[in-house]
Write a protein that binds this ligand. Structure first.
Ligand code: BYC
Length: 318
């Protein structure tokens, strides 16, 4: 290693930064960081926040139609949790120097992505179960890894989010479990919903590692700790066992235990469908963005009132 005296100052700060990451020291908002590290975190954290907020819409669709008061209260609490997750994450993104207005504008203009999964419709009550079991289940696997991500505010936000996601997953599984023990019609509803959500859930983990443009650098920076394919495989292994408890099946004729690899083999994802949804052409993309824009416009008076109240308080303190 060259003597520190002979190293260019930029290279030195970069080396100190990477050493911290290698030694598992968290990067904090006021620490020096490469511009690309800042940008990658802003991209991922804000996309994650958008996923939480847009993710409220498919389930929000069922709040008034939940089959009992108990189910309604649980669903309402879950959707509120998602709003909370979005807010922690927008705040974490703001610590990197972006503003809430900027991140929201990027969502509304279509510049920022959000998880492909939320562009699918929720026509049946069983979808509330499938979202909890599969969508939250996939999200947890990814987010448990993110509790150890290198950027401090993101990692800390994830700890609470993961606790809440585990409740979400169990409530979803329980909805499906009750349906799976019900009438023939309820059983069919349960299976039909699993069939629709299975493949889009696998897409949540992102493209194959070979097509993942951000992974290599994100792994070096320990923003990501496990690859897209590794997490997807963990998910398949978990669900292939859990679905047996429901007495249901996963819609994949190639799903088969492989005694050699000690993992389940599974079929190929329809990547054309994935990229089509990511590019904005999924079944509900336009509807989702329009709903968010409408909520933003209709919330204008709330933001104005909150800003006026804050200004008044500041005046009183002065
Ligand atoms: N959908 O290089 P890659 C929840 C994009 S919400 C759309 O592998 P990366 C919940 C990717 O952005 C929790 N786009 O990317 C809420 C990249 O494009 P850009 C959701 C996707 O970032 C309500 C390009 O494809 N979880 O739990 O290294 C109700 C190449 O990909 C997707 C998160 O947001 C996708 N599925 O890895 C219920 C987790 N996949 O940005 C539940 C946080 C990939 O370069 N995010 N793309 O233009 C991550 O962990 C990572 O961003 C990903 C992708 C693993 C998703």
């Amino acid at each position: 290693m060259p003597d520190q005296e002979t190293v260019h100052p930029d290279a030195l700060v970069e080396r100190i930064f990477q050493d911290k990451i290698d030694q598992e020291v968290k990067i904090e908002p006021k620490d020096w960081m490469p511009d690309a590290y800042r940008k990658t975190n802003i991209r991922q954290i804000s996309q994650h926040a958008h996923s939480e907020i847009v993710g409220m819409l498919p389930e929000g669709n069922w709040i008034t139609r939940a089959p009992s008061l108990k189910r309604k209260a649980i669903l309402l609490a879950k959707v509120q949790d998602e709003a909370g997750h979005g807010l922690y994450l927008y705040s974490a993104a703001e610590t990197l120097g972006t503003t809430r207005e900027q991140t929201i504008n990027d969502l509304h203009s279509g510049k920022a992505k959000y998880s492909s999964i939320f562009n699918y419709p929720t026509p049946s009550w069983a979808d509330m179960g499938a979202i909890g079991w599969l969508v939250d289940g996939a999200a947890i696997l990814n987010q448990v890894m993110l509790c150890r991500t290198s950027y401090g505010p993101y990692a800390r936000a994830m700890v609470r989010i993961c606790k809440e996601e585990s409740f979400h997953q169990r409530q979803g599984f329980e909805i499906l479990w009750v349906l799976s023990k019900g009438t023939d019609e309820q059983k069919a509803m349960c299976q039909e919903s699993i069939n629709r959500w299975w493949w889009p859930s696998l897409m949540m983990f992102g493209p194959h590692d070979s097509a993942s443009t951000n992974s290599e650098q994100s792994m070096l920076w320990k923003i990501k700790r496990k690859s897209n394919d590794e997490l997807r495989q963990n998910f398949v292994d978990m669900c292939a066992e859990q679905v047996k408890v429901l007495g249901m099946t996963l819609p994949d004729p190639n799903l088969k235990w492989n005694a050699e690899t000690k993992h389940y083999d599974f079929g190929e994802i329809n990547w054309d469908e994935f990229w089509n949804v990511v590019k904005g052409n999924g079944p509900c993309n336009k509807e989702r963005v329009a709903a968010r824009k409408k909520a933003w416009e209709e919330g204008e008076w709330v933001r104005e009132a909150a800003a006026a109240y804050a200004a008044k308080r500041e005046e009183l303190v002065d």
